[in-house]
Write a protein that binds this ligand. Structure first.
Ligand code: XIL
Length: 445
């Protein structure tokens, strides 16, 4: 496959040069949305999403335009999905995952085993009944979305705050002892072998006693072959808990253990330049650590933030981009003000659908829709996950980044009336990874 691809790449580049299209690729690479800019850096940019806001058009438009990964904010938590023993309700979380899947967005799973938002019936269990409930919960919940979730927070917040590095008290800790975390990860690997399994926590963002304790656990898991793929750093910051000076160094030391790191619940209270600078520091730290695979902010708009009084997000209550938004986009290498929004110029949107599936491959189709005015050209990206390979394409002219995972697609000719659609297609050889591809934003001219 690799050989075929290389030949194809060279051919396409030749055609682009011959056709005088190279200038166009220069302009188009300045991504104007968070998701597209992050994708160009090989990362995702996500938001925590609440199902009950999916009927609000400004919320949905901002989500669809800017983000390419979602984390259900509460809908996958134990109290939401298994409110009584063995009785599962996935409907609200499914609203979010269906929304995401229909648009090629990735999905983070949050969270399987956590002391909080845990129904009373679990807290009251004793002895091995806790183990059975935990393993069954992991099997049922991961099984429901098997193959659809890129990363799962298997265990959340199992360490105490303060200097002791001790485990936090919970029914899991009391009844099963320290081994509960390892048991959860082993069950999770079996339940969805393609998901990255993460340990997630807060106040572990810098080097301190709590992060040292998590570090020792991850190191021990890696030494003993306990399955763990990633560590999530919640990154809820404010003046009492600022972005640590050694944030990047801390991410790097975890990455050096051979796990991915992800920024999972980022929000930074404040406003203006100070907030913007803090956001830049976080994004730059992630970009400096090659195993930092993505960033999720804990909400779309300040007005629905769990810390709304602290205005900690990138869009204000009217969905206006804040200085922090521009800082993040700039740090990601994008260009603020370069399209997006509803500004009357040439715009387009993209959506993804799987159209066919075989034992080793699937076909994807991307529909490109012109915005409110006619367009004469468009460009968008499709990112697949290694070891997947795109083995064929149709109805468009592809080019590739050096990793071979990001395909930039342009039309041969493209005159689309306002609101009109066209589509292109491709075949993904899965090599065992059935994750759906991610779309970048669509840029029109
Ligand atoms: C928060 C949600 O944002 C709130 O809506 C909910 O009331 C409480 O939980 N750490 C986590 C998240 O892992 O699940 C929490 O989310 C924020 C802190």
């Amino acid at each position: 496959m690799r050989t075929v691809r290389t030949a194809l790449t060279a051919g396409v580049l030749g055609a682009l040069v011959a056709g005088g299209l190279v200038g166009l690729s220069g302009t188009a690479s300045a991504a104007s949305t968070l998701g597209a800019a992050a994708a160009e850096r090989g990362r995702y940019f996500g938001a925590a999403v609440a199902a009950n806001h999916l009927g609000e058009s400004d919320y949905v438009n901002t989500l669809n335009t800017e983000f390419n990964s979602v984390t259900p904010e509460n809908e996958m938590k134990w109290e939401a999905v298994e409110p009584s023993p063995g009785s599962f309700s996935f409907a609200s979380a499914d609203r979010i995952t269906n929304h995401a899947r229909g648009r090629g967005m990735r999905i983070r799973g949050h969270t399987l085993v956590w002391h909080s938002q845990l129904p009373g019936w679990v807290s009251n269990l004793t002895g091995s009944a806790v183990r059975s409930a935990m393993v069954n919960h992991i099997n049922q919940v991961m099984g429901h979305w098997r193959g659809q979730i890129h990363s799962w927070d298997v265990v959340n917040e199992a360490f105490q705050d303060g200097g002791s590095g001790a485990r936090r008290d919970s029914v899991f800790q009391r009844q099963l002892g320290n081994g509960f975390i390892e048991e959860a990860f082993r069950a999770a690997r079996a339940a969805d072998p393609n998901a990255k399994l993460c340990y997630n926590d807060y106040n572990t963002d810098g080097v301190n006693a709590k992060s040292n304790a998590v570090f020792a656990m991850v190191q021990d898991f890696r030494n003993r072959g306990v399955p763990i793929d990633c560590v999530g750093f919640q990154s809820h910051f404010n003046s009492q808990s600022p972005v640590p000076g050694d944030y990047q160094q801390n991410l790097q030391r975890f990455a050096n253990l051979g796990v991915d790191v992800q920024i999972t619940e980022l929000d930074i209270e404040g406003s203006g330049t100070t907030q913007a600078n803090n956001y830049s520091r976080v994004v730059n730290a992630c970009l400096a650590v090659s195993r930092c695979t993505g960033i999720t902010v804990w909400g779309v708009t300040d007005k629905y933030s769990w810390r709304s009084g602290g205005t900690p997000l990138l869009f204000d209550g009217n969905y206006t981009k804040k200085p922090a938004y521009n800082a993040v986009l700039t740090a990601l290498g994008g260009t603020p003000g370069g399209g997006g929004g509803g500004g009357g110029g040439a715009t387009c949107t993209v959506s993804y659908q799987e159209t066919q599936r075989w034992g080793d491959r699937f076909n994807g189709q991307v529909t490109v829709r012109a915005g409110g005015t006619a367009i004469t050209s468009w460009v968008t990206t499709v990112t697949v996950r290694s070891p997947q390979r795109i083995s064929a394409t149709w109805n468009g002219t592809p080019s590739w980044d050096t990793s071979g995972n990001v395909m930039t697609m342009r039309p041969g000719t493209a005159n689309l009336a306002a609101g009109a659609t066209t589509s292109f297609g491709f075949t993904v050889l899965t090599n065992g990874n059935w994750t759906a591809p991610t779309l970048g934003s669509c840029t029109a001219a």
